[in-house]
Design a protein around this ligand. Structure first.
Ligand SMILES: C[S@@+](CC[C@H](N)C(=O)[O-])C[C@H]1O[C@@H](n2cnc3c(N)ncnc32)[C@H](O)[C@@H]1O
Length: 210
């Protein structure tokens, strides 16, 4: 006889209710931060965060500029969208539309997209759980929901540092202490995989299937 007992993961008993971060932000604050950051964003967050984007693209199973699909990009910041529009024009890409929209409350119908991908977004928004629910709503059944983000470390020392600096990192565009187990529990996401990406490997690529 073989008896298998699932190992209990020590995420704490309050994952369903605890605060995801020590810091709260609102959309207008985030918008102001990214209006200022847009011109230098690629310099600071372009190459450093790019390895994670490449792994995400692999998990999506797409080529760099897939011509056999329509791509919709949304962002809250008009300045960030202007940068994206410049790039789309520069690369001569035709199958991309870019829209100013809040990821927590989009105007898309239920079950619209085959892949819904949030790169470096979820620790920026006021309500990560609301964004995750919206991602699931607009994803087709069987489609992929992919979240690429930095989350608070499981290492107690690092975790304490990330909590302490979060009130400061919001001014450069993100909360450094977003709690992954609590986020997954509250968003009711059951990932197929969670991979550590970038250098150092403190960002996570979370892949789910609806
Ligand atoms: C860290 S940047 C990530 C940019 C880009 N996706 C990348 O891969 O580097 C976060 C982006 O999320 C946008 N953002 C913040 N809140 C948002 C919201 N509620 N809805 C849509 N976009 C939002 C910001 O304007 C900014 O462009």
């Amino acid at each position: 006889m073989a008896l298998f007992e699932r190992e209990e993961t020590d995420f704490g008993t309050d994952v369903g209710t605890r605060a995801l971060s020590v810091i709260a932000v609102e959309n207008h604050f985030v918008e102001r931060v990214y209006e200022k950051l847009a011109s230098s964003y690629d310099l600071f967050f372009g190459p450093t965060l790019h390895p994670g984007r490449l792994v995400a693209r692999d998990r999506m199973g797409i080529t760099p500029y897939p011509s056999n699909c329509h791509v919709t990009g949304i962002d809250l910041s008009s300045s960030m969208l202007d940068k994206a529009r410049e790039r789309v024009a520069r690369e001569g890409i035709r199958n991309v539309r870019l829209l100013e929209m809040d990821a927590a409350k989009t105007t898309f119908a239920d079950d619209t997209f085959d892949i819904v991908y949030a790169p470096y977004l979820i620790s920026v928004v006021p309500d990560p759980v609301m964004v995750a629910r919206e991602m699931r709503r607009i994803c087709k059944p069987g489609g992929k929901i992919i979240i690429l983000n930095h989350f608070r470390s499981a290492n107690p020392v690092l975790s304490r540092v990330e909590r302490a600096i979060s009130p400061f990192t919001v001014h450069i565009g993100f909360k450094s202490d977003l709690d992954l187990p609590a986020f997954l529990a509250q968003a009711e996401l059951r990932p197929e995989s969670i991979e550590k990406v970038n250098v150092p490997k403190i960002w996570s690529l979370v892949t789910c299937v609806k």
